[in-house]
Design a protein around this ligand. Structure first.
Ligand code: ADP
Length: 609
């Protein structure tokens, strides 16, 4: 319906009713009753029935009928008049274009259209209902082929329906006054249809909105299969579709795509590939493409049209909407929605909702794929880490056996007084032995919780560590002091592992302290934890080095520290052990002044004697 086809503002017909021709009381009474019904009732069919009956009963027409626009067809929905006429006319469908054509040839009587006999073309005459009586010669007499209509428009000028009357009172062409009364009923019919349209639009908005929301919620399902299958159901239900197919194409990470269909499963075969080729040409334009089962060509889906129509026929769909689905520049798949023959053309609001559904799905599929990729990478990394651990263990074992033999033989040689070279062999073999031992410890403590759990006396561990480094401290002239601030304290854990930590902290403190420096070990505790801090007046560690201090193989960049033999594994091993015991290890250090390493472990629960 174009603006041109909309009616002109009602013009007062020539010779309008004068005061002496006031509307009869029953007509006004019926009208006021109708106005009330039109404004209060939500049953449009009932209101339309009342209008056509009012027109017959109070205005005296033999037949009155109202047709509603459905898509591009006018469907006769309310008819008043003799039973046989009602039977013939009810449900009759006429293309709206034909009636609009007829209006163009009609005389304008205000908002009414009168087509006098002889003006209507033969095809229309055959289709229309023509009363069966002999025409009269009187020019004011109603002729069986005369037609009187009233197009019904919405406030915005869209055609909503048509009202037609026949057999006026006394079989005479209605007077101006009679037409005015008829116009009042027509206005009520227009209002009833307009109200109905608004209600339907509102309900449709709610329905489409909740369908889009359901599709968005499907996005939180685990995995693309579940997302697509939930979305298919929501779309089929929400749009009252015959069939929904959603397909997600394979990507570089996945050999197989994912497809879902409801109520029938997704199709396979050559059609899928041709549709993909067509959609690739269209993307990134994301407008829905509407295809009818009887279309002979389709510009936007040139190669896939025949296959698509085959698919439509197999599920009884008369029109389908094909909507590409993707994000940014990548086409991820499509959404195809089939509708039955009873459906009129899809409205703009429905096509907008379908486009929004595809956008939502595109976003959900994209996020789900990112998540899948992330999970795969994490498990690959875990596998790699496991493999690395295994490798370290294997290599270390392979190295350790010959090393032990070398050390043994070097000691034998030492007894034979080959001092210089024997010392060199021993020193280097022991260095290698330390590295191998560290590697074995490192791989042993990886990703595991402390297996052994016994009470370990921390003060004993500190004393044992001091004994271990006593020789080194003497040689390097480093003084060691142990300060114990609480009574005997225990933590629960693996004694061997915990000694490894304390030994490492104490030996590092001595190793990285110049002659004349001091190392102070302090054991303190409170209700919850035991703290061992090892403070030295040594080289200190720069802030940049502190960041990586507990990473495997990290050694300070300080050249003086680097000149002292070490593997860079001790602190990494210590941290793992401490964390597996539910504790923490921290460092404070200033270059040139010294470092303090603090080890904190949860106190062992007190045992009842
Ligand atoms: P290693 O001592 O065998 O190299 P660690 O993991 O125990 O391995 O220590 C890592 C690095 O941290 C050491 O190489 C050293 O540079 C630095 N470091 C550790 N403890 C101290 C300390 N008390 N004073 C100065 N630097 C230290």
């Amino acid at each position: 319906m174009t603006a041109e086809e909309a009616p002109a503002a009602p013009v007062a017909p020539a010779g309008a009713a004068g005061p002496d021709e006031a509307a009869p009381a029953p007509a006004l009474q019926r009208l006021s009753e109708l106005v009330r019904r039109v404004n209060s009732s939500t049953d449009t069919a009932e209101v339309l029935e009342e209008i056509v009956h009012g027109v017959c009963e109070v205005l005296g027409y033999g037949v009155a009928a109202i047709a509603r626009l459905e898509g591009d067809t006018l469907v006769m929905t309310a008819v008043a008049g003799p039973d046989d006429v009602r039977r013939q006319v009810l449900g009759r469908r006429t293309p709206a274009a034909e009636i609009l054509d007829e209006f163009r040839q009609a005389d304008r009587w205000g908002i009414l259209r009168f087509v006098p006999h002889g003006r209507m073309d033969n095809a229309r005459l055959t289709a229309a209902w023509i009363p069966d009586f002999e025409p009269d010669d009187d020019p004011m007499a109603w002729h069986p082929e005369d037609a009187l209509y009233a197009p019904l428009y919405s406030a915005t000028g869209g055609l909503l329906g048509n009202m037609a009357v026949d057999l006026p009172t006394g079989n005479r062409i209605p007077s101006v006054h009679e037409r005015e009364l008829l116009e009042m009923f027509v206005v009520q019919a227009g209002l009833a249809l307009s109200n109905a349209q608004q209600r339907e639009r509102l309900a449709e908005q709610v329905r489409l909105g909740s369908t889009v929301k359901e599709v968005a919620q499907a996005g939180s399902q685990p995995g693309i299969e579940a997302i697509l299958s939930d979305a298919c159901r929501a779309v089929q239900r929400g749009l009252d579709a015959t069939q929904v197919w959603i397909r997600c194409y394979p990507d570089e990470d996945r050999a197989n795509g994912v497809a879902a269909g409801h109520p029938r499963p997704s199709p396979t075969g050559a059609g899928v590939a041709t549709l993909r080729a067509d959609l690739s040409e269209l993307w990134p334009s994301a407008d829905p493409v509407v295809v009818h089962v009887s279309d002979e060509t389709c510009d936007r889906l040139p190669s896939s049209l025949p296959k698509l129509q085959q698919m439509m026929t197999s599920v009884g769909a008369f029109q389908v909407v094909v909507m590409p689905m993707g994000v940014a520049l990548s086409l991820l798949g499509y959404v195809v929605i089939g509708f039955p023959g009873s459906r009129g053309p899809l409205r703009a609001s429905e096509l907008d909702a379908i486009a929004e559904i595809a956008r939502e799905l595109g976003r959900s599929v994209h996020s789900a794929r990112l998540l899948e990729t992330e999970q795969r990478l994490v498990s690959e990394l875990r596998e790699l880490d496991r493999y690395k651990g295994e490798l370290i263990t294997t290599i270390s074992h392979e190295l350790k056996t010959p090393l032990t033999t070398i050390i043994g033989h070097a000691e034998l040689l030492g007894e034979l007084h080959e001092h210089r070279s024997v010392e060199a062999i021993t020193r280097n073999a022991e260095r290698l032995n330390r590295l191998v031992q560290n590697l074995l410890d490192y791989s042993r403590v990886q990703d595991r919780r402390a297996a052994v759990r016994v009470d370990v006396d921390v003060i004993d561990s500190c004393r044992a560590a001091i004994d271990l480094v006593a020789h080194l401290a003497d040689t390097g002239r480093v003084g060691i002091e142990l300060v114990v601030c609480c009574e005997q304290v225990s933590v629960s854990g693996d004694p061997e592992d915990l000694s490894l930590v304390v030994d490492n902290l104490v030996s590092n403190a001595v190793k990285y302290t110049r002659p004349g420096g001091t190392v102070r070990i302090e054991v303190a505790c409170d209700e919850g934890e035991v703290r061992v801090s090892v403070r030295d007046s040594g080289l200190g560690i720069s802030e940049a080095d502190q960041v990586h201090l507990f990473s495997a193989f990290h050694r300070s960049s300080n050249p003086e520290a680097l000149s002292i033999p070490g593997t860079g594994l001790g602190l990494a091993i210590s941290r793992r052990i401490v964390e597996s015991h539910g504790g923490r290890i921290e460092v404070e250090s200033v270059v040139g002044e010294g470092s303090t390493f603090t080890l904190a472990l949860p106190r062992a629960p007190r045992r009842t004697p």
